[in-house]
Design a protein around this ligand. Structure first.
Ligand SMILES: O=P(O)(O)OC[C@@H](O)[C@H]1O[C@@H](OP(=O)(O)O)[C@@H](O)[C@@H](O)[C@@H]1O
Ligand SMILES: [Mg+2]
Ligand SMILES: [Zn+2]
Length: 176
């Protein structure tokens, strides 16, 4: 199965150290919507695994998060593509959940949904926790330089991590 799993903030849309707290703050990165559409039109399933501790922190509610994801789906659909399963972790760092990256719970949830193994599946993120979540379930860790990617790149990376400028470059590579 051609499955690609993406982190959201810093990969699909701009991220902020102040969190993405409203639909207005949710702004796609250049080329990201087009990249998802190109991939899905070429037969790829593009799923999303995103930490959303802002919910636990009370910065925004589930309706706002859902509106962001509806906007993403709408924009990709306008380009003739579609977005697969979007899974989020609503918990805070101290909640001890199994889904907050770097734990791999969301990746496992996506694999179960599509009844497919995760080995070698690319998981694209901008933070070290994304890369560690990938490694925990034998996904291929992929770092983009957008969002917190440059910050992540300033420290040693897990061996074998693939590095790309942005999601558009990843689509170019996968669609070669
Ligand atoms: O990159 P993904 O997983 O899609 O989402 C990250 C967001 O949930 C937020 O995660 C927070 O980390 P803490 O949850 O406070 O550790 C901070 O890094 C914020 O800047 C960021 O917007
Ligand atoms: Mg991120
Ligand atoms: Zn969680």
């Amino acid at each position: 199965m051609k499955l690609l799993i993406l982190d959201r903030d810093g990969v699909i849309n701009y991220d902020s150290d102040a969190y993405i707290k409203s639909l207005d703050e949710w702004i796609p990165l250049p080329g990201a919507v087009e990249a998802i559409a190109r991939l899905s039109k070429a037969g790829w399933t593009v799923a999303v695994a995103t930490n959303q501790s802002g919910l636990a922190r009370g910065y925004y509610d589930l309706a706002t998060l859902d509106a962001m994801h509806a906007r993403l789906r709408e924009l990709v659909a306008e380009q003739g593509g579609e977005v697969g399963l979007i899974v989020h972790c609503p918990h805070g760092p101290d909640d001890g959940c199994t889904c907050r990256k770097p734990k791999p719970g969301m990746l496992q949830q996506i694999a179960a949904h599509y009844a497919t193994p995760l080995d070698g599946i690319w998981f694209v993120g901008d933070s070290r926790g994304d890369l560690d979540a990938a490694l925990a379930v034998h996904c291929q860790p992929v770092l983009v330089k957008t969002g917190k990617g440059e910050r992540t790149l300033s420290k040693p990376l897990p061996a074998g991590t693939l590095i790309f400028d942005d999601l558009a470059a990843i689509a170019d590579q996968l669609l070669l």
